[in-house]
Design a protein around this ligand. Sequence first.
Ligand SMILES: [Fe+2]
Length: 147
Amino acid sequence: MKAHWLEGEGGAIDPQTLIDNDVLYQQIDTHPARYRTPVDELKTTRGYVQEDIVELNPQTPDLDAICAKFIGEHFHDDDEVRFVLEGEGIFDIRSRDDRYMRVQVKKGDLIVVPAKRHHRFMLTETKSIRCVRLFKDQSGWVPHYRG
Ligand SMILES: [Fe+2]
């Protein structure tokens, strides 16, 4: 995980600053035999009941159209939980005082964008990511666009 302020001085952001802004961040071993326990613990403690794996890569049909849905600033009624198994991606997440925090995640990073918090997502130049997603209810994951 690498994070910095997108606006102003652009200083680095440490994990504690993410936590202070309600963004949960953890590193978890991506080996299938070793991520089960910590992911199940997270599901139990935070009430996530559904789980799937999503993959985007240059061979994904309609990749540009899919990415276009995530790049517009939006929020969800539930948390957005992503555990990166392969590849990388960029979340721009608004701080409590509405400043963008750019968080680049890679293999082994788990990030929780809190419910109702504006954010956007984009792929990096590799255009490739594979993630575990956790949901309380998929209906809570409908994007509400800003403005
Ligand atoms: Fe989102």
